[in-house]
Ligand binder design. Structure first.
Ligand code: C2E
Ligand code: MG
Ligand code: MG
Ligand code: MG
Length: 287
């Protein structure tokens, strides 16, 4: 009887499953039309250099406002990847990002723009060429661009992924390894990856506050990255304590709500002001 009940549990098509299926199909159809309906936009979050005392970079983060309801990227990006729509979404996000950030970037060649790229996009044969053309059209230097990828893009060992990233790096762009520490690869593997920047995942940054016993990993990650000649950014910095701790470990740049939330392009000044104030407070505290 127990076995029958167990079997039943898996066989019965629960109404929730139907709802989930309909919702997903619905969401996918919605995403297909989202670009044409101008529902996709981009928010920008500052990345600061405590040493230089200023905002050195912005990360572009995709937003989808579906009939006045915001769908989080953690939902629509995986959906876009599964359905192949990620190429269109990615192109749209990149075009908007470059357009909005062009003047800020042109004012100072040491400023840069960081954009998230999915492994699916990197499987396109003309991905890098498309990016280079777009940068030229917008008058933005390729050396001012950073492409954020997760470790998983390297797993499939697709030659084209490496080829596209190499093409961009040859043109002067940098590649950042996003969410570092959450994947499966070891610290040692870092050496073999074609990356310039490591972005330490916020789960490690949050360990500072909770006094987690795995905290020593944080300094190991930063030291290892530095010894390989990589630059380190910490994400999810929410408190002064975390920022001070990371500065003590000589983390190169910081990103998180302490400095600013991701903001739409028409609020860049606001984001810059908030980040500047937080940097000022940090400098005063550390004397
Ligand atoms: P990510 O690239 O690691 O981006 C950082 C995420 O952390 C963003 O979430 C950001 O809003 C959030 N965040 C920033 N500061 C803090 C903080 O102090 N505390 C906390 N708790 N969170 C903070 P968001 O915008 O929801 O994006 C989630 C993920 O979706 C991104 O993670 C990225 O993997 C993906 N994504 C977003 N936009 C794009 C895109 O245009 N293309 C691709 N392929 N992926 C994207
Ligand atoms: Mg990112
Ligand atoms: Mg990240
Ligand atoms: Mg993340």
């Amino acid at each position: 009887a127990a076995k029958a009940a167990g079997k039943n549990r898996f066989l019965r098509f629960h109404p929730d499953m139907m709802t989930a299926l309909v919702e997903r199909t619905d969401l996918e159809a919605g995403l297909q039309m989202a670009i044409g309906r101008s529902e996709i936009s981009v928010d920008f979050q500052p990345i600061v250099s405590p040493r230089m005392g200023r905002v050195v970079k912005f990360e572009a983060l995709a937003r989808w406002d579906r009939e006045n309801q915001r769908v989080p990227p953690s939902v629509f990006i995986p959906l876009a990847e599964r359905s192949g729509l990620i190429n269109d979404v990615g192109t749209e996000v990149m075009a908007q990002s470059l357009k909005h950030m062009a003047s800020w970037l042109c004012e100072d060649p040491s400023r840069s723009l960081s954009m998230n790229v999915s492994g699916v996009q990197l499987q396109e044969l003309d991905f890098a060429e498309g990016v280079l053309k777009l940068a030229e059209t917008c008058g933005v230097g390729v050396y001012q661009l950073v492409f954020e990828v997760t470790e998983s893009v390297f797993f499939d060992a697709d030659c084209n992924v490496i080829k596209q990233l190499s093409r961009l790096r040859e043109a002067g762009a940098r590649v950042a390894l996003d969410d570092f520490g959450t994947g499966y690869s070891s610290l040692g593997r870092l050496q073999d990856l074609p990356v310039d920047i490591v972005k330490i995942d916020k789960t490690f940054v949050s360990m500072v506050r909770t006094g987690d016993e795995r905290l020593p990993i944080l300094s190991s990650m930063i030291n290892m990255a530095h010894s390989l000649g990589l630059t380190v950014t910490a994400e999810g910095v929410e408190t002064h304590e975390q920022a001070n701790y990371l500065m003590g470990l000589e983390c190169d740049s910081l990103q998180g709500y302490l400095f600013s939330q991701p903001e739409p392009a028409d609020r860049l000044e606001h984001a810059l002001k908030n980040a500047g104030q937080a940097l000022y407070a940090l400098a005063r505290r550390s004397g």
